[in-house]
Design a protein around this ligand. Structure first.
Ligand SMILES: O=C(O)c1ccc[n+]([C@@H]2O[C@H](COP(=O)([O-])O)[C@@H](O)[C@H]2O)c1
Ligand SMILES: Cc1cc2nc[nH]c2cc1C
Length: 338
């Protein structure tokens, strides 16, 4: 199928024209919820989740039957500045591990019955060092957006986009700083486990990246092009495709949320089909979720990426829909109402 966008402004127009929820399905799901054999509200956030999901799927009695996780991988020129505890070679090595089934996300995807795809983006051609200039050209960004867009299975009904990219917490922190301001220190964390001395240096690199790229106040897609990585761009492309298909998205950690925040900055409402799966231990993540108005489902101290926290939260969404769509009503079960 030919790409539906051939410029960043085409892509932005697609975001603005994206579909919303089905109000009738939401209403019918609310009515069903009120009839189920439980005290009103007793399933807490599971009830909100189920109604939200039914609205996006246009089905008042929906279930999650075809979840998908896509792990995008990219390499980052800024690694040359000494901002990660691990060498860039680990990105490709972990891609091999994902493909062999040996990573954490492989085990978690199997737990929830999710299809898992691994997409490596030009690992032997890292992005430009963002502390010196833009990460990528518009052409490069369009390629990565298209790769993300095409990676979504049109038959999926719940999507997690995960990532692998040594150095990408520096990109994510720079994106957060450019979009939401404040000091670089507040958005900069240890990533894979940086020591104290290197952490202060990393915050300086984050601040420099935003200044050098004049990224504060630039549009969301421009911020993503100048400060992102190919895996972040592909995640944004996949999340936009999911929206077009009315497929709900579960966000993962700091990097995934930074990619998502660029869509939100470009087009407010672009993340209405997305929920926060978890809050990671990276200190910028709770701040970013707060800025996006997203309440995480889980808080387990994860700081792995790969889609791991998002996939765990998929299990909660599946459970919410199993209750909503499988429970008996008071009338069906012969249970007396209040
Ligand atoms: O998801 C998160 O919140 C998260 C927090 C810290 C690290 N990571 C993962 O660690 C890698 C980036 O860390 P770093 O230190 O190399 O920037 C990348 O592969 C991410 O998947 C992920
Ligand atoms: C080993 C390793 C696994 C990862 N998975 C996601 N990011 C990662 C970073 C490292 C270093």
């Amino acid at each position: 199928m030919p790409s539906p966008f051939s410029s960043l402004s085409d892509f932005a127009a697609l975001l603005r024209a994206a579909p919303g929820t089905d109000a009738a399905a939401t209403q019918a799901a609310q009515a069903r919820d009120a009839d189920l054999t439980k005290p009103p509200g007793a399933l807490g956030r599971l009830e909100d989740l189920a109604q939200w999901y039914c609205g996006w799927r246009g089905n008042a009695r929906a279930r999650v039957t075809a979840p998908q996780v896509i792990v995008f991988a990219g390499n980052h020129g800024v690694v040359a500045q000494g901002i990660s505890a691990f060498p860039a070679a680990v990105t490709a090595q972990m891609v091999a591990n994902f493909r062999a089934g040996g990573a954490a996300v492989n085990q978690l995807a199997a737990q929830v019955g999710a299809r898992m795809d691994v997409v490596a983006l030009d690992l032997d051609r890292p992005t430009g060092d963002i502390s010196l200039g833009p990460a990528m050209s518009e052409d490069d960004m369009l390629r990565a957006l298209n790769i993300g867009w095409d990676a979504v299975d049109p038959a999926t009904d719940l999507l997690v986009v995960g990532e692998m990219g040594i150095g990408n917490t520096t990109s994510a922190a720079a994106i957060a700083l450019a979009l939401f301001g404040g000091g670089a220190e507040g958005w900069t964390g240890r990533g894979t486990g940086l020591a104290d001395a290197a952490l202060a240096h990393k915050a300086q690199i984050v601040a420099r990246a935003v200044t050098v790229n004049a990224a504060s106040g630039a549009g969301g897609l421009e911020v993503l092009r100048r400060l992102g990585g190919r895996e972040l761009v592909a995640m944004a492309g996949a999340m936009a495709r999911a929206r077009q298909l009315r497929v709900p998205v579960v966000l993962d950690g700091f990097i995934c949320t930074a990619a998502a925040a660029c869509l939100h900055a470009e087009c407010p409402g672009a993340l209405d089909h997305a929920i926060a799966g978890h809050v990671s231990a990276e200190p910028g993540h709770p701040r970013l979720l707060h800025a996006l108005g997203k309440e995480p489902l889980l808080a387990l101290g994860l700081r792995l990426g790969e889609g791991s926290g998002g996939v765990l939260a998929m299990g909660i969404v599946q459970a919410a829909l199993a209750c909503h769509s499988g429970m008996a009503t008071f009338a069906e079960a012969g249970v007396s109402g209040a």
